[in-house]
Design a protein around this ligand. Sequence first.
Ligand code: SF4
Length: 410
Amino acid sequence: MQKKPELLAPAGNFEKMRMAILYGADAVYLGGKSFGLRALGGNFDREELREAVTYAHEHGKKVYVTVNIFPHNADLASLPDYLLYLNKIHVDALLVADLGVFSFCRTWIPNMEIHISTQANNTNWATVNAWKDLGAKRVVLAREMSMEEIRTIRKKCDVDLELFVHGAMCISYSGRCLLSNYFTGRDSNRGNCAQSCRWKYSLVEETRPGKYFPIEEDERGTYIMNSKDMCLLSYLSDVIETGVNSLKIEGRMKSIHYVASVVRTYRSAIDAYYKDPAHFTVRQEWIEELGKVSHRPYTTGFYFHKPTEKDQLYGNSSYEQSSDFVGLVLAYDTTSGYATVEQRNNMKVGQKIEFFQPHGELFHQTLADMRDEDGASIDIAPHPQQIIRIHMEHPVEPYTILRRNLTIGL
Ligand code: SF4
């Protein structure tokens, strides 16, 4: 049997990292304030990076830091100092896309494990082996690859392989896109992409300024470059059997609800496969769980065939979700039976709430006894991030997500 692959989760900030780890990730990837893509994704300053590594290691998990921009000359001066710092705080690996950055890593911190980022567009076995020969420990495969190509690379390459299994797709080869640069001046290769591919586009004829012709005959307009999100959960056994070493979830900009839900779902599915591979089936509850968080409709990307119009979203660029994240359990007092909850969206007495826990079973409870911080009974928690106390019918784990079902009006 294949060795169990690592489940690798995004961590846009400390709170998201904690959720990823508590809900079952084996490792997280995150960015510092400099030298990483996703400049708007929160990111960690030097002290926060140190705290993140300490927290993850205390929980037996790994931290990979992205150093995957394509730097210009002026960016290089401060790079060695940053690399030495990452080495000093015992980061487990760096994600690198640029050959110059790679060579700085080999020179300044030769013992640091280097993973080659998807931004390097690793699409064939010769590239993967070349990176291995240069000293890379792992190569992140391009999202634009079929299962057959991945199998071939696995056969020909003796180096760790990492594969995206879930999250947003770039409409171009990852990182090879200047839409955002042209339209907004924000550089997608320096972590500042404005997601211009998701905008609504029309055709304009030069002598008819202001007259916009839709590219498809559809009154809703045309989002010609708006890809659906990737989801390989339904094909998890095929994915595992390719022999890749790490399954990666995309989404450092996503919410803690998203991170918790997607990580726990893939954790449950991977563990179920390894318990009994011969009888493994994808459970309906896992598919439903991935529909509860904000996402675009799902696609399998390039995994089985080149994407067609069915893998695009021409009609709109909006997200869908079947549940609303309304609160986060901070603590539970076994003596009184009250949970201390941070409100994230309004809740009122009489509403049926779903409790999605890091480890235990999901359960429902109708809100009956809700109190403010002073212990006064309240019917509604209207203030953002208000601290409230809820009397529980069952014990509940810290960092449990509270949510409301949007589809059946619970
Ligand atoms: S604009 Fe779209 S395709 Fe281009 S880099 Fe940004 S997310 Fe990717």
